[in-house]
Design a protein around this ligand. Structure first.
Ligand code: 3PG
Ligand code: MG
Length: 399
């Protein structure tokens, strides 16, 4: 593949040129205070932005935040992100009150060389996520007018066929940013010829979200460890009762089939932490996976499971992990995720943490980020990459 990257652009010289950077600044916000609870995605884009600033570009950054419905919605404003980005860059970020309107135009026009602007949330505009090519194209025209070149550093959004990801690069000279380049390099190692044993840990709530990646990974991995909410549909497929745990009835048959075809590669929990309610202070006990009481729901994997998963991980040479093992936001149900994460850091393996949630879990649990080989900023994007799908944002850079 022939993708030009940031160094190619810097080599052309960017001083005084306007560079439109698509970033993924979709960071989690505290529901009450609106404060940024994890700034990992902002920090991840700094190498690209700093390089452009130092080279004297006029840097116009755009991103989505959350899933507003194509119109302005204050709870999804990028304003707090502009503040944090400015702190991290050590220079003020000029915030535009709209995405492609008067405020955006005057903000971009007012930029001096080496200054940074952030446009308001892309998804305040229907054109960004429209399925209609013409509607997306019209919005892409407006965005593209703000740049002389385009850099995609929004790895977390490369799986979306959205205007800023897919249509703008068709309108401007386009380049991959440092983050996108690194992500593709690392994930490429996993899809290429990973050193074995290759162990994958999957969690998260829904089997249906992970089905495609499980299908794609099964032939490639040596072990597939399954925890999180989705393990209960697999336990049900094994013939166990799961009480009031999260269950996708319509996926039970699919899970049974996967287990039959997996050649013993799939490892499921042997014990779970079962609670009488979905609450931080709920009464809870560790019970065997085949003995979940009918009135209880599993909210974490149990200690015996953690030990088994840790043993499998200790043998691994390559590890990919996506999805928490339990409700790690509640202290009582965080031990599974913590235990698995610690086992990954201890393994003598190249480890990749995939995803917004798992990456946030690593930081929320106070684990040392540097003891993982790579922490991806993309959840859906890294999974779709591993599935071998064509990613619209990457394909657009190749053309
Ligand atoms: C993510 O958080 O996975 C990315 O920012 C993409 O967001 P989306 O799933 O709302 O498109
Ligand atoms: Mg997502």
């Amino acid at each position: 593949m022939s993708i030009r990257n940031l160094d190619d652009l810097l080599g052309e010289g960017v001083s005084g040129r306007r560079v439109l950077v698509r970033a993924d600044l979709n960071v989690p916000l505290d529901k009450q205070s609106g404060e940024i609870t994890d700034d990992g995605r902002i920090r991840a884009v700094l190498p690209t932005l700093s390089a452009l600033v130092q080279a004297g570009a006029k840097v116009v950054v755009c991103s989505h935040l959350g899933r507003p419905k194509g119109a302005p919605d204050p709870q999804f404003s990028l304003r707090p992100v502009a503040g944090r980005l400015g702190e991290l860059l050590g220079a003020p970020v000029h915030f535009a009150e709209d995405t492609v309107g008067d405020s955006a135009r005057s903000t971009v026009e007012g930029l001096a060389d080496g200054q940074v602007a952030l446009l308001e949330n892309l998804r305040f505009n229907k054109g960004e996520t429209s399925k209609d090519d013409a509607e997306r194209g019209a919005f892409a025209d407006q965005l593209a007018a703000f740049g002389d070149a385009y850099v995609d550093d929004a790895f977390g959004a490369v799986h979306r066929k959205h205007a800023s990801v897919h249509d703008v690069p068709a309108r401007l000279p386009h380049f991959a940013g440092r983050l996108v380049l690194r992500e593709v390099e690392v994930l490429g190692k996993l899809t290429g010829d990973p050193e074995r044993p290759y162990v994958v840990v999957l969690g998260g709530s829904k089997v249906s979200d992970k089905l495609a990646v499980i299908e794609a990974l099964l032939p490639k991995v040596d072990r597939l460890l399954i925890g999180g909410g989705m393990c209960f549909t697999f336990l049900k497929a094994q013939g166990h009762e799961v009480g009031t745990s999260l269950l996708e009835e319509d996926m039970v048959e699919t899970c049974r089939n996967l287990l039959e075809r997996s050649g013993g590669k799939i490892m499921l929990p042997v014990d779970v932490v079962a609670a009488d309610a979905f609450a931080p202070d709920a009464t809870h006990d560790t019970v065997p996976a085949d003995g979940i009481p009918s009135h209880r729901l599993g909210l974490d994997i149990g200690p015996e499971t953690v030990a088994g998963f840790a043993a499998a991980l200790s043998q691994a040479k390559t590890i990919f992990w996506n999805g928490p093992m339990g409700v790690f936001e509640m202290a009582a149900f965080a031990n599974g995720t913590r235990g698995v994460a610690e086992a990954i850091t201890k393994a003598d393996a190249f480890s990749v943490v995939g995803g917004g949630d798992s990456a946030a879990a690593v930081r929320a649990l106070g684990l040392d980020e540097s003891s993982f080989g790579h922490i991806s900023t993309g959840g859906g994007a890294s999974l779709e990459y591993l599935e071998g799908k064509t990613l619209p944002g990457i394909a657009a850079l190749e053309n």
